[in-house]
Design a protein around this ligand. Structure first.
Ligand code: DX5
Ligand code: ZN
Length: 221
């Protein structure tokens, strides 16, 4: 059986105390740290960039799962890997030459992921699927934390799971957007190998360690 991984996003953390956020993620048993980079162009919001990835690299030994929600991501692949990214995920919608960009990521020594927005069909990754380490299925339109998961996007996860299994490919499926304690079991059942949790990992006024422990229990079904 697959052991699903937890990749909490720091988007909803207190940016004045990031080192503490990383410590809580380690204590809570996170497998990765998910870093949401937004440029205000690919998505209608600006989050953070290279300095925060570098700071994360210094503050934690967890692998950094960097989700680039930026246009022309190929221009910054080298910089994000140099900053400490273990996984670099770029959006199919943001990149004209996906095959070249994936090769670029691999040449830097990082793992390569390709992300799809909820309205983008699976066929957008069909040709690149044999070459990627990870496919990130967005279950909300990217840009903001705290949105509700779009149920139809889970059907897409199920179809991708079947496709990857039928073809015997190594790519793992990451699911990002609106995942919380009440729906994480369904997300895993749909076929996710890695789940991202932003707002559910940093409940306002609550404990991140406890939130992650609760998520982990819910993931087990
Ligand atoms: C959405 C980001 C997600 C998001 C997750 O734009 O890519 O990683 O912040 O946050 P929640 O879990 O609150 O949807
Ligand atoms: Zn993300």
């Amino acid at each position: 059986a697959r052991r699903p991984a937890l990749s909490p996003s720091i988007l909803n953390a207190d940016f004045g105390h990031l080192a503490e956020a990383f410590r809580q993620l380690e204590l809570g048993g996170a497998d990765y740290v998910h870093l949401d980079v937004m440029d205000g162009r690919f998505v209608p919001n600006i989050s953070f960039g290279l300095p925060v990835v570098e700071a994360a690299r210094r503050a934690t030994s967890l692998p950094l799962d960097v989700h680039l929600m930026i246009v022309e991501p190929e221009r910054y692949i080298g910089d994000f890997v140099a900053a400490g990214a273990s996984i670099v995920t770029i959006h199919a919608e943001a990149c004209l030459h996906l095959h070249r960009a994936v090769r670029q990521i691999h040449e830097t020594g990082a793992l390569a992921g390709v992300a799809l927005n909820p309205a983008t069909p699976l066929t957008a990754v069909e040709e690149i699927l044999p070459f990627v380490d990870l496919v990130l299925i967005m279950t909300v339109d990217p840009g903001f934390g705290g949105q509700a998961l779009i149920p139809a996007a889970l059907r897409k996860v199920e179809r991708l799971r079947r496709l990857i299994d039928e073809l015997g490919l190594p790519a793992v499926i990451e699911v990002d957007g609106g995942v919380k304690e009440s729906n994480v079991a369904a997300v895993i059942r749909a076929g996710a190998d890695v789940v991202v949790t932003g707002s559910a990992a940093f409940p306002p006024g609550g404990s991140t360690v406890e939130a992650l422990q609760a998520l982990r229990r819910a993931m087990q079904g």
